[in-house]
Design a protein around this ligand. Structure first.
Ligand code: ACO
Length: 436
């Protein structure tokens, strides 16, 4: 039995739970600290009773000071800075520095960081000539990314030395710097175009666009509005606390695997349609709806449980996802350059109808980050296969920041959850000749 002497996010002894083992009458008082109670108290009562929490709905597996997320009130902050301020005033590389180091950089720190990232964008020739060329001609770019980022560990064997802070930081820089290169190579390979090398005179987003789209021109000039929009999307996707891929990064990292292998695991998690693939599903859904008059019947089908409104709803946000609000404004700016994505009108009308409908209101279903991001990527010319790859590039900053935090946390050990065994009890082996 659990009774609460204090509720919510209180700190102090008065705020506590008393847990009573009704089998023995033994009890423990557990302080509520920073909105959580330690599971150690339960071990004191009985080390063989476990908390059953599939999908970690109610479990905090770490303390973290990277990202704050309040789903009820639609608040997202990196290291204390509101996402709106960062999206409007900062750049992805500055945000990556903030997420990794915990503070905004001074001018000198930012110059060094930008220089270091810029000069680690190249990958070993064997990655280009042997790995990339070895994939099937129509390989999915996300599959290529998962494989090649993991393979980078074989080029940097020093990365295994995770106890050395300088070595760790070198891999962090390499990972953030090389992801756009691997991502663009994966795209170029999948459509049979020659690879474009990084141009170190360009900023992070413009360089990625150059590696994506350059054909025969001596220098690719990206539209500044599009480069800024992409940079802003990178900021919005840089971290989102303990999501599926970040958890994968932490779990694999907790075994002291090198950071390239851990990032490959995180990428693999992001590849899943329930995580990094939702914006692709939104584009497919809007394409299927096809015209404004089909919206009402589609919404009716959703309410009858026959379809799902992709890009709506979130496990944590129970109000408007703050990132969706920013992306909606970005979409307008992008469409002024690219021309209006015809699916936008359907999206806007769909949002308007859903937000006024009792089904969505009562379930607190609002647009999430994916509702508009796919439309922007599509208008900028990215194929839908590239959507999860575009997510992985900036999320690398979040993954490596969590990896660093994990390694510096004395409370962390190798991740090893327990289970509730529900299989058969011990039984004798029956030789095959005696089985029915
Ligand atoms: N369309 C219609 N109904 C929905 C939707 C939706 N998109 N999302 C939730 N609901 C309904 C559920 O059917 C359920 O209704 P019920 O109470 O009548 O059974 C209720 O709302 C609660 O939903 P849950 O499934 O319990 O919510 P959960 O937190 O498990 O799911 C999720 C969150 C997976 C994001 C869900 O809202 C969803 O599938 N959305 C569409 C996919 C999507 O956009 N994913 C991107 C998330 S953001 C990201 O990962 C970057």
């Amino acid at each position: 039995m659990i009774s609460g002497a204090g509720e919510g996010k209180g700190v102090g002894v008065a705020d506590s739970y008393t847990i009573i083992d009704n089998r023995t009458g033994k009890s423990v008082e557990v302080p509520i600290e920073n909105g959580g109670i330690s599971s150690r108290a339960l071990r004191e009562l009985d080390p063989n009773i476990f908390i059953y929490d599939p999908a970690f709905l109610q479990t905090a597996a770490c303390r973290s000071s990277i990202t704050f997320l309040d789903g009820d009130n639609g608040i997202l902050r990196y290291r204390g800075y509101p996402i709106q301020d960062l999206a409007e005033q900062s750049s992805y590389l500055e945000v990556a520095y903030l997420i990794v180091h915990g503070e905004l950089p001074s001018r000198a720190e930012f110059e060094k960081w930008t220089h270091d990232i810029t000069f680690h964008t190249y990958v070993h020739e064997n990655v280009r000539k042997r790995f990339m060329d070895g994939f099937h001609h129509d390989a999915h770019p996300m599959g290529i990314l998962v494989a090649t980022v993991g393979a980078l560990s074989t080029f940097y064997p020093e990365a295994k030395n995770i106890a050395d802070p300088e070595v760790r930081m070198r891999q962090v820089v390499r990972l953030i710097a090389k992801m756009p290169t691997l991502a663009a190579f994966a795209h170029r390979f999948s459509i049979g175009l020659p690879f474009v090398f990084p141009d170190n005179s360009l900023d992070f987003a413009s360089n990625f666009l150059s590696m994506m789209w350059k054909i025969a021109e001596p220098r690719f000039e990206s539209d500044p509005v599009l480069a800024r929009a992409l940079d802003q999307l990178f900021i919005l996707h840089a971290d989102h606390e303990q999501n599926c891929s970040t958890t994968a990064m932490r779990v694999v990292g907790s075994a002291h695997a090198d950071p390239f292998s851990s990032t490959a695991a995180a990428c693999a998690a992001l590849y899943g349609p329930l995580h990094g693939g939702a914006n692709e599903a939104v584009v497919r859904m809007l394409t299927e709806i096809g015209s404004l008059e089909n919206i009402e019947p589609f919404v009716a089908a959703v309410k009858e449980g026959k379809a799902r409104l992709m890009g709506f709803g979130h496990r944590v946000y129970k109000s408007y996802d703050p990132r969706a609000r920013i992306i909606k404004a970005t979409a307008e700016r992008v469409f002024e350059v690219t021309g209006r994505n015809p699916l936008l009108d359907i999206a806007l009308k769909l949002e308007e109808i859903a937000l006024a409908d009792e089904y969505f209101i009562s379930r607190r279903l609002y647009p999430n980050v994916d509702f508009y991001s796919g439309l922007i990527y599509q208008a900028m010319g990215f194929p839908v296969d590239m959507f999860p790859v575009l997510f992985a590039i900036p999320r690398t900053a979040g993954w490596v920041a969590h990896w660093l935090e994990l390694l510096g946390d004395p409370e962390q050990k190798i991740s090893r959850p327990r289970q509730i065994y529900v299989g058969p009890p011990e039984r004798p082996y029956v030789p095959i000749r005696d089985r029915n």
